[in-house]
Design a protein around this ligand. Sequence first.
Ligand code: NAD
Ligand code: IPM
Ligand code: MN
Length: 336
Amino acid sequence: MKLAIVEGDGIGKEVIPAAVRVLDALEMDVEKVYLELGYGKWEKTGSAITDQDIEILKSCDCILFGAVTTPPDPNYKSVLLTIRKELDMYANIRPIKPLPCVDCNFEREDFNFVIVRENTEGLYSAIEEIGEDASYTKRIVTRKGSKRIAEYACKLAKSRKNELTIVHKSNVMKSDKLFLDVCRETASEHEVEYSDELVDSMAYKLMVSPEKFDVIVTTNLFGDILSDMSGALVGGLGLLPSANIGTEHAFFEPVHGSAPDIAGEGIANPIAAILSLKMLLEWHGDIMQAGLVEEALESSLNMGVTTPDLGGSFTTEEVTEAIVEHIEIKIRNGSS
Ligand code: NAD
Ligand code: IPM
Ligand code: MN
């Protein structure tokens, strides 16, 4: 595997080395290609990502990405949006399920759903007019863009409970009527059972009865917001991984950002990054290794080795070492 590795900014520089440490423990044949991207690079060079970086990313099989700081500066070109667009990674997959021994804010532990977020259109068009007295962002919904994300969500639903929830706001934004219609049509074609929800009411329902949902398909910004909100269901943002999937490329990253409030303290939870590595391994077909990562991670949680966000007093490195140790023992014993 030729793997591009981007640590990025803030805690990206802590959680990606943790995930790479886990990858190394798996003793796989991986060619690592490190790239520096993000706000730090922008401050040094005036550019957060260059055309050459994009070519290097395209030349790799997949990408493991930490987090970048994105300032609200109109001259700053967002690294994430650039990569998603340039590599046409249209599906952002965000699985939400509880982990063992993590005290959630919610008692129920019976939920397991996936947010399938359209990743290239909607309010992330980057077509904007910024003025002194008025600013505009164009919201784009196309049949093609809606169709391909609906197809992805339906295929995923077929491999799970065959249930799809389409989340939109077509009562107010008529652009969402096209998204809703295409998703409904696609679900019918695939014989997937579907229903739809307005995003505001969906936010409430996800918080009070998450077990009622399986595969959720939605537009870009709604998927962004609902996924961070779902972090509260599982016990924190430090636990949620994601995959950005396109026709030719894929990149894997935690849902969380660069967390400047805790960066540099060595206490960032590495689990979201390590679960992102697990998704990468699954995508690449390394199922046994992915299973081993999950088992090792669960074992560290069962032993109570957790960072402060989960109520523990362990550092990022200590949590990582506990996971790595479990993998090393399994590999030594040949029982993986
Ligand atoms: P954030 O996700 O970085 O942090 C939100 C809160 O969650 C903070 O209190 C933080 O300490 C906590 N948190 C996040 N990840 C954690 C972890 N692994 N362990 C323990 N606690 C964790 O969101 P923010 O503060 O709104 O954004 C900071 C910067 O990150 C912004 O510039 C934003 O644009 C950027 N961002 C980047 C990405 C990405 O690169 N994928 C995603 C989201 C935000
Ligand atoms: C995410 C992030 C990004 C997004 C930002 C940093 C551009 O919040 O991956 O969820 O909004 O998609
Ligand atoms: Mn987000």
